[in-house]
Each structure stands twice: as structure tokens, then as C-alpha cells.
Design a protein. Structure first.
Length: 138
């Protein structure tokens, strides 16, 4: 039941605790998805995992630093954690709060500005915000 999560944590050098393993199982045992810390916390409570919201935040950030998750900041103070760590882009629907993957090759960025002195561009991640079509009723 925990094998996939255990293998992933160990492969990324993360010490396995009960809480990390339980959160890893919630995140990595199914399909790729986008989750907030609050969503993971609620899932953990539903599953009977004794964990604080602070521990969920800390664990998600630790997983992201280790390369197990990608943090996608959609607004100031609002981040999602993506279990798909490959390079890709996203649609964001602020009305539903959903992130939707866009394959990297479907977005073309023709020109980038020069990076500030002492820096280079590591990657480009595009977030396309969705809204209602103007001709659709509310």
C-alpha cells in the first residue's frame, strides 16, 4: 500500500517518517494532480492521518525542494503542488480553483528578456488564467 511512496521518498533521500510516508501515499499513489496544502490536510484528516497543517506545509515544501513536487504559485499566497515534475505549463481557472496541464510543446515563447547580471534563465513556466467568454451568461 505504501510501496510507491516509500520508493519515491527513499530515491530522493528523504528520511521516511510515518507522517511523510502517509502524505507521500496520498500524493503519489494515484494519477498526477494539483493540490493545495489545505486539500492535502483535509485528505489526511479524512484518511485518519494525525498531522498538523504546519506539518503538511513543511512536508510539501520539503518534497518540492527534493524534486518530488513542483510548486506552482498562481497568486500571491496561493500555491499548488504538482505531482507531475516534468516541464509543462498550466491553465488556471480562478473560478473553480483548478489547474490544468498544458504540454510544454504547446506553448511557444519566441523571445525572452536578458536575465539580470549574475543570473541565467533556468526555465519558463507559463500560467494562462481563464475567465468566462464575454458572450456567455453568468
Amino acid at each position: 500500500m505504501y510501496r510507491r511512496a516509500l520508493d519515491r521518498l527513499q530515491a530522493h533521500g528523504i528520511k521516511t517518517t510515518k507522517q511523510r510516508l502517509a502524505l507521500g501515499r496520498l500524493l503519489f499513489e494515484g494519477e498526477h494532480r494539483h493540490v493545495t496544502a489545505d486539500q492535502v490536510y483535509e485528505e489526511a484528516k479524512t484518511e485518519g492521518v494525525a498531522v498538523s497543517l504546519a506539518t503538511v506545509y513543511n512536508t510539501l515544501h520539503q518534497f518540492a525542494r527534493a524534486g518530488l513536487l513542483r510548486e506552482v504559485a498562481v497568486d500571491l499566497g496561493q500555491s499548488y503542488f504538482d505531482t507531475n515534475t516534468s516541464r509543462h505549463h498550466h491553465f488556471f481557472d480562478p473560478e473553480s480553483g483548478k489547474l490544468i496541464d498544458i504540454p510544454e510543446h504547446e506553448v511557444n515563447v519566441d523571445r525572452l528578456p536578458k536575465a539580470p547580471d549574475g543570473h541565467g534563465i533556468d526555465s519558463v513556466e507559463v500560467i494562462i488564467r481563464l475567465g468566462r467568454k464575454r458572450d456567455e451568461p453568468v
